[in-house]
Ligand binder design. Structure first.
Ligand SMILES: [Fe+2]
Length: 375
C-alpha cells in the first residue's frame, strides 16, 4: 500500500522561451491591477526589470519598483521592504530574480498583510488574514522558491534560516522563461544548478516522500541530469537552460510535497556561521550525504533507479554527483576556521534534517563534515 499523503498545490506554471510576455495576463488572472515589483540591482542592470515593467505598463498596470533584494534576506531586510511597500499603492506582488527576490516578496507579503515580525511566521500556516497574490519569475534555475509556499528568512541575531510558510504565500503563477537565465554568471548557474539537483535527490528519499512528490523528484532529476553537465562545462544552450529551469521548478514542487534532508541540514550552518554560499555548501555536503543515506536499503534502491536514468552511466549516483562537483572546480574553503562540533550542534536543530531517511545524531553530522572537508 502506498504511503498516505495530502498533496500541496502548484502555482500555474507558464514555461517557455519568451514566457515573460505572459506577465500582464498572469497579474490580471490573479486579480491584480497594480504591482509591487521586487527585484535586485543585478536584474536592473541586466534589463529584465525594465522589460517586466514595460510589459505591465503597456497593459495599463502601474508598477512600483523595489530593487534592494539581496542574498539570504534577513528579518530586517523583510521589514525594510515592508516599510517601502506601505507607502505604495498596489494589489499584487511580482518577484523577479533568484531565491532572494522571491523570499523578500513573500516575507513582505506576510508582514504587510498580517503584521508582526517574520519570526511570528516561523513554521507553517500562521498567517490568519488573507495575503496578496504573488507572481514569481525566477532568473536562476535553482531554489525552486517559485513553487514553494515558504519564505526563507534569516534571523537578525543568529543568522539561522527560518522557513516561514503558509498556503497563501504560494505564488499564483510562476513564469519560467529560460531566456532570463542567459544573463547569470556561470558560477551562479553552476551553484544554483547543483542546489536544484540536491533538491531533486533529497526530496526523493525523505521520510515524507509520497506518490506525488516522487513524480516531481524524478521528473526534476531527469531534466537537471540532462543539462547540468553542459552548465558546468560552460556550454549551456537555451535548450539546456530550459531543462534546468523546469527541473528547478519541479524540484521546488518536490520539496513542497516532501521536504529536504541532511545535505541542507549540514549546509545551512556553513552559510549561517561562515557565509558559505548556499549552493557551494550543498555541493560540498551532497556526495557524502548520499553515501551516508545509501546504507538505508529503500533509499539505496531509489538512488539506483535514478542512476539508471543517467545518460552514459554505469556509475553509482554518489560517484556521478562527486564528479559533477569536482568538475565545478569550486574554490577551496579553509577548514581550519571551522568548528565541526558547533556546526553539528546547529545541524541537529535544522528542521530540514528531521526528514532525512536515516536519522542523524550530532556525531553523525560531525563525521559528515569531516568527510566533506577531508579531515
Ligand atoms: Fe537548497
Amino acid at each position: 500500500m502506498p504511503e498516505p499523503f495530502f498533496s500541496r498545490p502548484s502555482p500555474k506554471l507558464v514555461f517557455g522561451p519568451g514566457a515573460l510576455k505572459e506577465l500582464p495576463a498572469c497579474v490580471r488572472d490573479a486579480g491584480g491591477s497594480s504591482v509591487l515589483l521586487v527585484t535586485d540591482r543585478g536584474l536592473i542592470r541586466a534589463g529584465h526589470a525594465a522589460r517586466a515593467t514595460a510589459l505591465l505598463e503597456a497593459a495599463g498596470i502601474p508598477v512600483a519598483l523595489y530593487d534592494h533584494a539581496h542574498e539570504n534576506p534577513t528579518e530586517t531586510d523583510a521589514a525594510t521592504c515592508r516599510d517601502f511597500a506601505r507607502e505604495k499603492k498596489f494589489d499584487c506582488f511580482v518577484a523577479l530574480g533568484g531565491g532572494s527576490s522571491m523570499d523578500t516578496a513573500k516575507a513582505t507579503n506576510f508582514l504587510l498583510t498580517n503584521g508582526g515580525a517574520m519570526r511570528d511566521y516561523h513554521g507553517y500556516g500562521k498567517a490568519a488574514k488573507p495575503m496578496l497574490p504573488l507572481i514569481a519569475i525566477p532568473t536562476t534555475a535553482g531554489t525552486g522558491s517559485e513553487c514553494q509556499s515558504y519564505a526563507l528568512v534569516s534571523r537578525d541575531d543568529t543568522h539561522e534560516k527560518m522557513a516561514c510558510g503558509d498556503p497563501k504565500a504560494l505564488a499564483r503563477a510562476a513564469i519560467l522563461d529560460p531566456e532570463l537565465t542567459a544573463t547569470q554568471p556561470k558560477s551562479v548557474a553552476v551553484l544554483t544548478g547543483l542546489d536544484a539537483l540536491a533538491h531533486a535527490l533529497e526530496s526523493a528519499v525523505t521520510t515524507k516522500r509520497n506518490a506525488i512528490s516522487s513524480v516531481y523528484s524524478e521528473s526534476a532529476f531527469r531534466h537537471l541530469a540532462a543539462a547540468i553537465g553542459n552548465v558546468i562545462a560552460g556550454r549551456a544552450s537555451l535548450d539546456d537552460r530550459g531543462h534546468m529551469m523546469l527541473g528547478a521548478a519541479l524540484a521546488g514542487l518536490a520539496i513542497e510535497n516532501s521536504m529536504l534532508g541532511a545535505a541542507h541540514a549540514t549546509a545551512n550552518p556553513l552559510t549561517a556561521r561562515h557565509n558559505v554560499v548556499h549552493g557551494h555548501a550543498i555541493a560540498l555536503m551532497l556526495p557524502h550525504v548520499l553515501r551516508f543515506n545509501a546504507a538505508d536499503p529503500a533509499t539505496a534502491a531509489i538512488y539506483a533507479r535514478f542512476a539508471a536514468l543517467l545518460p552514459l552511466s554505469a556509475r553509482p549516483l554518489d560517484a556521478w554527483v562527486a564528479e559533477l562537483v569536482a568538475a565545478s572546480a569550486l574554490p577551496p574553503l579553509d577548514a581550519s576556521a571551522l568548528d565541526f562540533t558547533a556546526l553539528a550542534a546547529d545541524a541537529t536543530q535544522q528542521w530540514t534534517g528531521k526528514f532525512n531517511p536515516r536519522p542523524l545524531q550530532a556525531a553523525d553530522f560531525v563525521a559528515l563534515y569531516r568527510r566533506a572537508f577531508g579531515i
